[in-house]
Design a protein. Structure first.
Lengths: 151, 556
């Protein structure tokens, strides 16, 4: 699909909605502020669903669905590390203890970033597929078309 | 008789003349109180009067002042009461305004330098991508400025700096008093600001405008880091929406916690960890936030077609323009003199004369980092690689950004050298082990070395800086482990690092997944293979170039 008029329109709506939403936050104390907030939020959600409506027009991408649960687990592990660090600030009064908690938190988060998430996203990566699968995904055909077009 | 009459007339005339002159004199100057004697001038006022008397006249100045020795005198000090002349309060007010004016000018001009870094980023990123994606990459770097600025104006600035009142360098910023906080275990912790939406209301203030401009260009630097890591396959619409969200939410939240009076900066005053989390110019706030967001989006968006073989081994995908890359690096290094020295937010008072040290630290770290990267590549890979040399320079600059205001030149040189080696190690680890495709090395340059810069303060801060006698509300200088400061500062820095990778990365990742669900992050296979210039931008970056077929494509 690439860039098109619909994308531009929904992006315009997204920006307008964000502006109205923020005006609502800025003047939240008054009734008009609350109305602006609600209006902005509705328009913002509308723009997102507008984007979703035209998303299938993009065509096939070089991404394959991966294990969604593993991605969420990875994100949760990353956040867990941070919570450990936060907890350490209050659990102990000693600086050394807080350093230990911070290092533990960093290590847990790094497990999520370095091991779990890449494994989740690379599990079904296109580059792992055999050439036949790539052919079925239309990659080689598209490549040939592109090369001919480029000449 | 005639003689008497003549003398009488003459006397009358003299009397009338005398009266007339007296009236005129009375009209011109206030008559001295007949009874009360004139109040005696204080020595200071007397000196001011004397100086006013000796000041060059308009006629003197009309002759020109080629030596510059008579321009700028007491005549240029505005007097509150012109009849009384310049007084001591007038002079004091002028001194105060001069201080603020010098700081405004310093902060604005260094902000302009940081803004110019956008050009450097555009050249580096486009130069490191293939010619078929040049227009798209340049446009992302161009449009990110608009998206970020708009988002920061409507929301981001209020979140980040809305509670940052009290900066004496810029006149107090007293209208920024909207920090929302929570009380936990008897301590108050700042969470986010809430003053300055649209720069309206009480924040329509000269000082607030200066800090807005300066903070905005920093925010934009963070945003443009992501475009490099996601180059050559990121949908333009998703990039635009993502940039708005990052400029409005992701960046400002962490910015508030570190710089806007938030909880990280309160770790010193609340729980006694050094001077609280310290990040002088943004290794963490700007670069690590940008680099970690880049990593989050790059994980979601996947590797470019042809980047990895079936066994996972990477293929080099060479950029199209060496000159753009290296000139871009120089532009960035130039702009960094705004980034780091400008972060004093002033050139006058509060220890701000340290700007010279900060500037030298900046250039030294860039120097040793370039050496580190070139030596690493030359010794372990056989060639002084161009792209890693440029990345080495940038890595050193990134790493010194946080500690630049707190370390000696020796510390800066060591921090830089480690950064130069680290960027190479990190790049090959991220590509080889994690199988993450980062076309320009942005994750290693900004993410890894941003974290290293934050950490290095805990070791290398030498305790000689003095920005008004305290930092983050804690009296004394920032001092690291190697200079007798104990481990308190190190602990605060580690908590900051944990927050960066645990909170900022996770938030960016979740936002990225939401955008993937609603909009889709990646262009189609056809678009990617054709190059993004025509499908996404409508025209080629270099229309007269002839593309070669890429072997990697058929291998895919």
């Amino acid at each position: 699909m690439a860039a098109n008029k619909q994308q531009g329109s929904y992006f315009g709506l997204f920006l307008a909605a964000a502006t109205v939403l923020c005006a609502g936050i800025a003047y939240f104390e008054g009734a008009s502020g609350k109305a602006l907030l609600a209006l902005g939020a509705i328009a913002l959600i509308g723009s997102l669903f507008g984007f979703m409506g035209i998303k299938p027009l993009e065509g096939k991408t070089a991404l394959k669905p991966g294990p969604e649960g593993m991605k969420l687990v990875g994100a949760a592990v990353c956040a867990l590390g941070w919570f450990l660090t936060l907890a350490g600030i209050h659990i102990t009064d000693s600086t050394g203890g807080r350093i230990v908690f911070a290092l533990l938190g960093i290590a847990v988060t790094l497990v999520g970033i370095i091991y779990i998430l890449p494994a989740a996203f690379n599990k079904n990566a296109v580059w792992k597929a055999d050439s036949g699968a790539s052919e079925r995904a239309g990659i080689t055909a598209a490549a040939k078309t592109t090369m001919e077009h480029s000449r | 008789m005639k003689k008497i009459l003549r003398y009488s007339c003459l006397s009358l005339c003299l009397l009338v003349l005398g009266l007339a002159l007296g009236v005129v004199a009375h009209a011109q100057t206030p008559a001295p109180a007949a009874a009360a004697p004139a109040p005696a001038l204080s020595p200071a006022d007397a000196q001011l009067k004397d100086a006013a008397g000796k000041a060059p006249s308009t006629a003197d100045l009309a002759k020109g002042d080629p030596g510059g020795s008579i321009t700028g005198t007491i005549n240029d000090v505005p007097a509150a009461d012109s009849k009384a002349g310049v007084t001591l309060p007038d002079v004091a007010n002028q001194v105060g305004q001069n201080k603020i004016a010098a700081n405004f000018i310093w902060t604005l001009v260094t902000g302009f330098l940081v803004m110019f870094m956008q050009a450097g980023f555009a050249m580096v990123e486009s130069g490191l991508t293939r010619v078929k994606n040049a227009n798209h990459t340049y446009m992302m770097n161009f449009f990110v400025y608009t998206c970020g600025l708009f988002a920061y104006w409507i929301l981001g600035f209020a979140i980040q700096m809305g509670g940052s009142a009290g900066n004496s360098n810029l006149g107090g910023l007293n209208s920024l008093t909207g920090e929302h906080s929570m009380t936990l275990f008897g301590k108050t912790w700042g969470l986010f600001g809430a003053a300055g939406y649209f720069l309206s209301g009480h924040t329509y203030d000269v000082g607030v405008m200066v800090i807005f401009l300066f903070e905005m260009v920093f925010m934009d630097t963070a945003l443009t880091i992501v475009t490099g890591a996601c180059a050559e396959r990121w949908k333009f619409i998703t990039f635009a929406v993502s940039s708005v969200i990052m400029g409005a939410i992701t960046y400002p939240i962490y910015g508030n916690w570190a710089w806007g009076g938030g909880w990280l900066s309160q770790l010193g005053s609340n729980v006694g960890l050094g001077k609280g989390y310290c990040d002088f110019a943004g290794s963490g706030v700007v670069h690590a936030v940008g680099g970690l967001t880049a990593l989050a989006v790059t994980l979601i968006i996947g590797a470019r077609i042809g980047k990895f073989n079936r066994d996972g081994s990477p293929n080099p995908i060479i950029g199209h323009d060496v000159s753009a890359v290296l000139i871009g690096c120089f532009i960035l290094a130039f702009g960094w003199f705004g980034f780091n020295p400008g972060s004093t937010l002033g050139a006058s008072a509060n220890g701000n004369l340290r700007i010279g040290t900060i500037a030298v630290n900046t250039m030294l770290a860039g120097c040793t980092a370039t050496l580190g990267a070139i030596l690493y590549m030359w010794m372990f890979k056989g060639k002084p690689d161009m792209s890693m040399s440029g990345n080495g320079l940038l890595a050193g600059l990134v790493a010194i950004t946080a500690p630049s205001g707190f370390v000696s030149t020796f510390g800066a040189a060591v921090i830089g050298f480690i950064a130069g080696v680290l960027v190479c190690v990190s790049y090959f680890f991220i590509e080889g082990f994690m199988k993450v495709d980062d076309p320009v090395g942005a994750i290693s340059v900004h993410g890894t070395n941003g974290l290293w810069g934050v950490l290095s303060i805990g070791f290398f801060a030498d305790g000689t800086s003095n920005y008004g006698g305290s930092w983050n509300g804690v009296t004394g200088s920032v001092t690291g482990l190697f200079y007798g400061g104990g481990v308190g500062q190190l602990a605060a820095q580690l908590i900051g690092i944990s927050t960066l990778i645990g909170f900022v990365f996770t938030l960016s990742f979740v936002i990225g997944l939401i955008l993937e669900y609603f909009i889709g992050q990646r262009v189609s296979v056809e678009t990617e293979l054709a190059g993004l210039d025509i499908p996404e931008m409508g025209q080629l970056g270099y229309p007269e170039f002839v593309f070669r077929p890429e072997p990697a494509m058929s291998a895919a």
